[in-house]
Design a binder for this molecule. Structure first.
Ligand code: C2O
Ligand code: CU
Ligand code: CU
Length: 503
C-alpha cells in the first residue's frame, strides 16, 4: 500500500543504527526527542524486562473473585468498585504496583441476570481521572464511562443501568478516560462482566472463565512504560496471563466437557488459540450465544477486546495439553522480534472419566436478522507518517482525522438499522469496536473478493486485516454520544477513535 511504501521509503533514507531501540531514536539521533506525542509514561528506549520465567508457572488455575451483590432486592445488583494502586509481590525484593479494581487482578467478576438493574458506586483512588466503561453492554451513554464523564481523583460516582432481556453475553469493563486508557488498562484495570440468560441451553455444562491479559514487567519489578514499538504496534509484554497467572494448570472436569468463556483483555496482543488434539466448538461471541454450535474449530482468533464461548471436549485426551497462542502476523511495523508461540495454560485431562457426551443442543439462541438498513456509513482506518518539527510521527486516523472530544464525526438516528462499511486502508490489523450496541457482520471484502459471513452472531469487535473491508449492520437504542475506535489501546489513545451522536 502506498502509505506503507512511503513509510518504508522514509525509513530507508535514514541511518539505521539502533533501529531495534525504536527508529525514532535512529531518526533524530537524540533519545530525548520523542517521535510520537506520547504520554509522560513513554520512553523511546525500552527498559530492561524481567526474564520470561521470572513469574512462577504451573500453579492451579484460580477462579475469578466475584463482586458481591449487597442488594437484598430481586432484580437489583448493587455493589461498589474502587480503583486504586495495589502492591503485589511478584519479583523478589520489589513489589509491583498495579492499579486494580477492589485490589483484584483481574478486576472482580460482575455477574448479573438479564433484566437486572445494576447500581455500582464507583470510587476513584487513582492519581488521575478515570471512568468505567461497560464494554459491549447496552447501557445509556451517560452511564457508559465516556471520556467526557471523567471521575476526578478522590471522587465517586454512581453508575446505574438496566440490562434488557436478550443481552445475555460475555462482556467486560475497563477505564476510558481521555488519553490515559492504555496506561490504566496495562496497569491492571479491567474486569469480566457476565450477563446470564434466564434460560440457558448450556447451563448443565461446567463453566470455566478465562481472562487473558498482558503484562510487561520491568526487571526492577515495575510495570514497564510503553516504548516506541508499543506506541506504534500496540503494547505486548513478555507475559500473557490467564486470570493473572502465568501458565496455570486447569484440571479439566471429569465429565470430559467444559464451557469456556474467553476474554482477550490485552492491550494489543492477538490470541490465535490452539488446543492440540482437542475438539473446540464455538457456541458464543461477544454478545451471546450463536444460533447453532459450530463444531471442529482447529483454532480460534481472539482480537484484542474480543470474547468467545467455546465447548471443549476432552475426547480421548488423557494427558496434559497446552493451550497456546500460535504466531499471528498482524503487520507490525519497525524492527520487532519475530512472532513466537506462547503457552497460555496447561489443561490436565487426567481426571476425565471418558463418559460419552450427549450431543449439544442443535439450537442455542435466536438471532434476529436486523433487516434492511436505512442508511449507509463508511469508516476508514488509516495510518500516516508525518514530519513535525524535524521528528517523525506515526498518526493513526479514522476518516483521515485524529480523535477530538469536541467533534462529532457521525450522526445516527435512534432505532434505525444502519449499514457500516469499515475499511482498513492501513498496513496493520485493527480491531474495530463501537460502544452501546452489538452488531452483525454481513460480509468481508479483501482484494475485491466478497465473502458473506458464514453465520449470524452478535459482536462488538471485528478484526480488519490490512486492506480488508467489513460490512456490519447495527442499531443504536439510546440517544447520546458513543465512541467507535480501534481496540489496540495505544491506537485508540493516539486518536484512532471517532464520536457518534445518536439523535
Ligand atoms: Cu473496550 Cu471504547 O472500549
Ligand atoms: Cu467499548
Ligand atoms: Cu489499531
Amino acid at each position: 500500500m502506498t502509505q506503507r511504501r512511503s513509510f518504508l521509503a522514509a525509513l530507508g533514507s535514514l541511518p539505521v543504527v539502533g533501529l531495534g531501540m525504536g527508529w525514532a531514536q535512529a531518526a533524530t539521533g537524540d533519545a530525548s526527542h520523542n517521535m510520537m506525542n506520547m504520554g509522560a509514561a513513554t520512553s523511546v528506549t525500552s527498559v530492561k524486562l524481567a526474564a520470561v520465567d521470572a513469574l512462577p508457572a504451573g500453579t492451579a488455575l484460580k477462579g475469578l473473585v466475584k463482586l458481591a451483590n449487597t442488594s437484598g432486592q430481586a432484580g437489583l445488583f448493587r455493589a461498589s468498585l474502587v480503583a486504586a494502586p495495589v502492591n503485589v509481590p511478584l519479583l523478589a525484593g520489589a513489589p509491583t504496583e498495579f492499579w486494580a479494581y477492589n485490589g483484584n487482578l483481574p478486576g472482580p467478576l460482575i455477574e448479573v441476570v438479564e433484566g437486572d438493574t445494576v447500581e455500582i458506586l464507583f470510587e476513584n483512588r487513582l492519581p488521575q481521572a478515570t471512568t468505567v466503561h461497560w464494554h459491549g453492554l447496552p447501557v445509556p451513554p451517560e452511564q457508559d464511562g465516556n471520556p467526557q464523564d471523567a471521575v476526578a481523583p478522590g471522587s465517586k460516582r454512581l453508575y446505574r443501568f438496566t440490562l434488557p432481556v436478550g443481552s445475555a453475553g460475555t462482556y467486560w469493563y475497563h477505564p476510558h478516560p481521555h488519553g490515559s486508557t492504555p496506561e490504566q488498562v496495562y496497569r491492571g484495570l479491567a474486569g469480566a462482566f457476565i450477563v446470564r440468560a434466564k434460560v440457558d441451553p448450556l447451563k448443565d455444562i461446567p463453566e470455566r472463565l478465562l481472562v487473558i491479559s498482558d503484562l510487561k514487567l520491568g526487571a526492577d519489578g515495575r510495570i514497564a512504560p510503553n516504548d516506541a514499538n508499543d506506541e506504534m504496534n500496540g503494547r505486548e509484554g513478555q507475559f500473557a496471563l490467564v486470570n493473572a497467572q502465568r501458565q496455570p494448570v486447569l484440571p479439566f472436569d471429569r465429565s470430559g466437557r467444559e464451557r469456556w468463556r474467553l476474554w482477550n483483555a490485552s492491550s494489543a496482543r492477538y490470541l490465535r488459540l490452539v488446543l492440540p488434539g482437542t475438539g473446540l466448538t464455538l457456541v458464543g461471541t461477544d454478545g451471546g450465544l450463536l444460533e447453532r454450535p459450530i463444531k471442529g474449530l482447529a483454532e480460534l482468533l481472539l482480537a484484542p477486546a474480543q470474547r468467545a464461548e467455546v465447548i471443549v471436549d476432552a475426547g480421548s485426551n488423557k494427558s496434559r495439553v497446552q493451550l497456546v497462542a500460535a504466531p499471528y502476523q498482524r503487520g507490525k511495523m519497525g524492527t520487532v522480534p519475530a512472532e513466537t508461540q506462547l503457552s497460555l495454560l496447561t489443561v490436565d485431562f487426567s481426571q476425565v472419566e471418558g463418559l460419552a457426551q450427549k450431543p449439544l443442543p442443535a439450537k442455542l439462541a435466536r438471532i434476529n436478522e436486523l433487516g434492511r438498513p436505512a442508511v449507509k456509513k463508511r469508516v476508514v482506518f488509516s495510518e500516516k507518517m508525518s514530519m513535525a518539527g524535524g521528528q517523525h510521527e506515526m498518526k493513526f486516523l479514522v476518516n483521515g482525522k485524529q480523535f477530538d472530544m469536541k467533534r462529532i464525526d457521525l450522526v445516527s438516528k435512534i432505532n434505525q438499522v444502519e449499514l457500516w462499511e469499515i475499511a482498513n486502508e492501513s498496513d496493520m490489523d485493527h480491531p474495530f469496536h463501537i460502544h452501546g450496541t452489538q452488531f452483525q457482520v454481513i460480509e468481508r471484502e479483501m482484494d475485491g473478493k466478497v465473502t458473506p459471513e458464514a453465520y449470524r452472531a452478535w459482536r462488538d469487535i471485528v478484526n480488519l486485516k490490512a486492506g480488508e473491508t467489513v460490512r456490519i449492520k447495527l442499531v443504536q437504542r439510546f440517544k447520546g454520544l458513543r465512541m467507535f475506535h480501534c481496540h489496540i489501546l495505544e491506537h485508540e489513545g493516539a486518536g484512532m477513535m471517532g464520536q457518534l451522536q445518536v439523535v
